[in-house]
Design a binder for this molecule. Structure first.
Ligand code: SF4
Length: 407
């Protein structure tokens, strides 16, 4: 310990004045404010290196050295959407050639296949299809839960809940969410957040729910017992101040409800988007931004949100490993068929199996473990196979590439 204190003293000596004061405040266990976060989000050079070291120490104090991941499958039931977010490369008009709208049977088949492959969670989101009503989501969750009672359903972004609620024929928001919960909805992805600042939202997605409605929906979900993740999309037109204010909103809400399971910074994938091509956005998140979002997320949100996730889809394998050494403690999910980032131009693949995730975590000297959606430990498929080779482990399972052309 004294060695690490000496090392810290030495590192702090090399940092610039205002940044050092924020580091010292954090090391003393005092809560950072928006101005502090803004300073940290603007660091570079040696200050950035020290930020990553301090966030890594905070991570070790908060949650220890183990790194979690979840075996899950993404299912996007439709890419038809009328909202028109300018950062989205995924959505289609319903008459476009590659538009799709999966049937309930198709969604069920994908979820069943995921269960057979060892998944504990399906993450289900889709475009906002104008022909659906407020009860299609309910029917989908009901059908999934009847077929796969032990599968955790992590589904419906606040935008989808907003849409479903508006078309529910006058139900209160709490009643609508309670109905979904009672049918088997387990948790809610805290997506559709992008930047919780209406000036930014009016440029990115003028037809999407605004900040106050996002907070209302997530708060009400937490109040009826539906926990959620929390996210932030960076690397486009936002400022450091707007990122810091977004994190402050999340932390405030967490203090009130305790409903967030984790924070997931999501770098903007720019290639196939109007936001980049026509609206002057930066060309996606840089490496320093990726690391700063993880590290500042750790220092700003502690002790309220303990799990900081790296998105391997956005950051790639090696930078995700560096993120795990800069404040993160969760590797996210196996995904099996990620398609939203891929449609925007991400080149980091659409699935990663559990042994590969465990290999990447072990490679940086940390211990992997499989978790549930809400961060309980689950015996990993790798461990199950090692304990009993007759168990159908991941190496014996169907490789994803042979799942048929529809996948
Ligand atoms: S981000 Fe979601 S809501 Fe926005 S256009 Fe894409 S699919 Fe639609």
């Amino acid at each position: 310990m004294s060695n690490s204190l000496n090392l810290l003293d030495h590192l702090l000596r090399d940092t610039t004045g205002p940044v050092r004061r924020v580091f010292e405040k954090s090391l003393e266990g005092r809560e950072l404010d928006v101005a502090d976060a803004e300073i940290l989000l603007d660091v570079g050079g040696r200050d950035l290196q020290v930020l990553c070291v301090i966030a890594d120490l905070a991570r070790a104090d908060d949650v220890g050295d183990d790194v979690s991941y979840v075996v899950n499958r993404n299912i996007n039931f439709t890419n038809v959407c009328y909202v028109g977010c300018s950062f989205c490369g995924f959505s289609r008009h319903k008459h476009e050639e590659d538009a799709y709208d999966r049937s309930l049977d198709d969604v069920l088949a994908r979820a069943s296949e995921a269960w057979d492959l060892g998944a504990s969670e399906v993450c289900i989101q889709g475009g906002i299809h104008p022909n659906k009503d407020g009860f299609w989501y309910r029917d989908m969750i009901r059908a999934l839960k009847m077929a796969l009672p032990d599968m955790h359903i992590h589904a419906l972004s606040p935008e989808e809940i907003h849409f479903g609620h508006e078309k529910s024929g006058g139900m209160s928001l709490a009643d609508y969410l309670t109905m979904l919960r009672d049918e088997g909805l387990g948790t809610v992805p805290g997506t559709a957040a992008e930047i919780l600042d209406d000036d930014v939202r009016r440029i990115l997605s003028p037809r999407k729910l605004m900040t106050a409605r996002w907070i209302e929906i997530v708060r009400t979900a937490h109040e009826v017992g539906l926990r959620s993740s929390s996210t932030l999309m960076y690397g486009h037109i936002e400022t450091s101040r707007q990122i810091a204010t977004h994190m402050d909103l999340l932390r405030d809400l967490q203090k009130q409800t305790g409903g967030f399971t984790e924070f997931v910074p999501l770098g903007f994938i720019h290639h196939n988007t109007v936001l980049y091509r026509e609206q002057g956005a930066r060309a996606g998140a840089s490496m320093p931004e990726d690391l700063k979002l993880v590290a500042v997320g750790r220092l700003f949100l502690r002790p309220w949100i303990k799990n900081i996730q790296v998105s391997w889809v956005k950051m790639g394998k090696k930078l995700s490993q560096v993120g795990l050494m800069s404040g993160a403690n969760d590797f996210g999910g196996t995904l099996m068929e990620e398609s939203i980032s891929k449609a925007a131009g991400s080149e980091h693949g659409d699935h990663m199996d559990a042994p590969e995730i465990e290999r990447l975590i072990t490679e940086i000297g940390r211990s992997p473990y499989e978790r549930t959606t809400t961060y309980a430990r689950r015996q990993s498929p790798v461990q199950a196979e090692e304990a009993d080779p007759s168990v159908l482990g991941p190496s014996a399972r169907i490789p994803m590439g042979s799942m048929g052309s529809g996948y």
